[in-house]
Design a protein around this ligand. Structure first.
Ligand SMILES: NC(=O)c1ccc[n+]([C@@H]2O[C@H](COP(=O)([O-])OP(=O)(O)OC[C@H]3O[C@@H](n4cnc5c(N)ncnc54)[C@H](O)[C@@H]3O)[C@@H](O)[C@H]2O)c1
Length: 343
């Protein structure tokens, strides 16, 4: 930031603030801070919450010399980044991610957004944070399920660009915070930053970061137990990173079926992921497959009814922009569901 900061709005996740009430005390000491607490949960990552935050910024005369600090997981960095990027056409913000998913993915890369009706992140901006502060002490209070959420994205980074990381990750039997190495996190961040620098606006190269996400998003959207699930409502929920982990299996299957990836490599990927995410797979029922495939058709990258998928050529080597049919996706999801209970 070129100018001296006149005031700070901390947009903080309520749970995070309860767990770490003094964390921000030393940061920018002496600059007036307003702490704006937001409730956790995807259902209030919406326009009402953004209006509430814009209004507070306006009431307190925030301007271009003010700073927003987003303190929480991906929900807070998406919402707070959106608010910062739109208020007065953009004021500076920094992210302090407190989840593994936030550290390696949501808080970096400049995509900010809110949900609208039944669609996630459909209103948003691309506007980079000034800085991202990564502190792995936050991992210690995450539940096993929250850790697995971030771990799903970490597996993705390994598969699309870092075979050495894959060789480390695949030794894991369980995921505990103490076993997540800072250098793994740093390598994921460096990889994403490298891609984002080359293709900030997601024209082509950045699509590789979507490996596992076309089918993963369909699982996530179908099993989101919020008003957002709309007509596709279901009793279970599957959160982002868990959905991506299963999406990775399905999209690796497509890579194998399209003769890009050897069968043995596909099976290696599938077997490792299912060892950790078997419980998530139990939530997906074969009777719901048609609705899930319909959601694959809604992906933003699709064209003319064909589904755009990033595939794998090898562990550590992604290949973006392959086109598959609805039937291909159905076969991949059917094969995945067939694995339930086998690992
Ligand atoms: N912008 C992007 O590039 C991008 C990428 C991936 C995901 N996302 C978005 O990220 C969001 C998901 O983010 P998330 O997985 O970080 O979840 P989250 O922000 O919704 O937080 C999940 C839960 O963890 C709690 N929590 C956060 N930090 C904690 C800590 N240190 N200890 C204990 N509990 C803690 C929260 O209170 C909440 O209950 C989604 O909205 C998704 O759309 C954005």
């Amino acid at each position: 930031m070129k100018n001296k900061i006149n005031k700070i709005a901390v947009i903080a996740d309520q749970n995070v603030l309860q767990l770490f009430p003094y964390y921000l005390d030393e940061l920018y000491a002496g600059v007036p801070k307003f702490v704006l607490t937001v409730l956790p949960g995807e259902q209030n990552k919406n326009i009402d919450e953004a209006v509430y935050l814009w209004q507070i910024l306006q009431e307190h005369h925030f301007d271009k010399r003010s700073l927003i600090i987003n303190f929480g997981g991906g929900k807070v960095s998406d919402l707070g980044g959106f608010v910062a990027s739109t208020y007065q056409r953009g004021i500076p913000f920094i992210n302090i991610p407190t989840t593994l998913l936030g550290m390696i993915d949501a808080a970096i890369g400049g995509k900010n957004g809110i949900n609208l009706n039944s669609v996630k992140n459909v209103v948003g901006t691309i506007y980079l944070p000034e800085k991202v502060i990564v502190d792995i002490q936050f991992l210690r209070t995450l539940s096993p399920a929250q850790l697995l959420d971030g771990f799903g994205e970490m597996i993705k980074y390994a598969l699309i660009g870092n075979s050495a990381l894959w060789n480390e990750l695949k030794k894991m039997e369980n995921i505990y915070a103490k076993d997540i190495k800072k250098e793994w996190i740093d390598s994921c961040i460096a990889f994403k930053n490298k891609i984002v620098q080359k293709d900030l606006y997601d024209q082509e190269l950045r699509h590789i970061l979507n490996f596992g996400h076309t089918i993963g998003h369909a699982f996530e959207a179908y099993y989101m137990k919020t008003p957002l699930s709309g007509e596709f409502s279901s009793a279970q929920t599957i959160s982002h990173g868990h959905a991506v982990a299963l999406g990775i299996i399905a999209e690796s299957y497509l890579s194998f079926r399209h003769n890009l990836l050897p069968q043995s490599t596909y099976e290696e990927i599938r077997n490792f992921i299912l060892k950790l995410y078997q419980n998530t797979l139990k939530n997906i029922s074969i009777s719901e497959i048609n609705n899930i495939v319909q959601l694959c058709l809604l992906d933003k990258k699709n064209l003319d009814g064909k589904i755009n998928i990033t595939m794998l050529e090898a562990i550590g080597k992604a290949s973006p922009n392959h086109w598959v049919s609805k039937e291909d996706c159905e076969e991949a999801i059917r094969s995945l569901i067939g694995m339930a209970g086998k690992f």
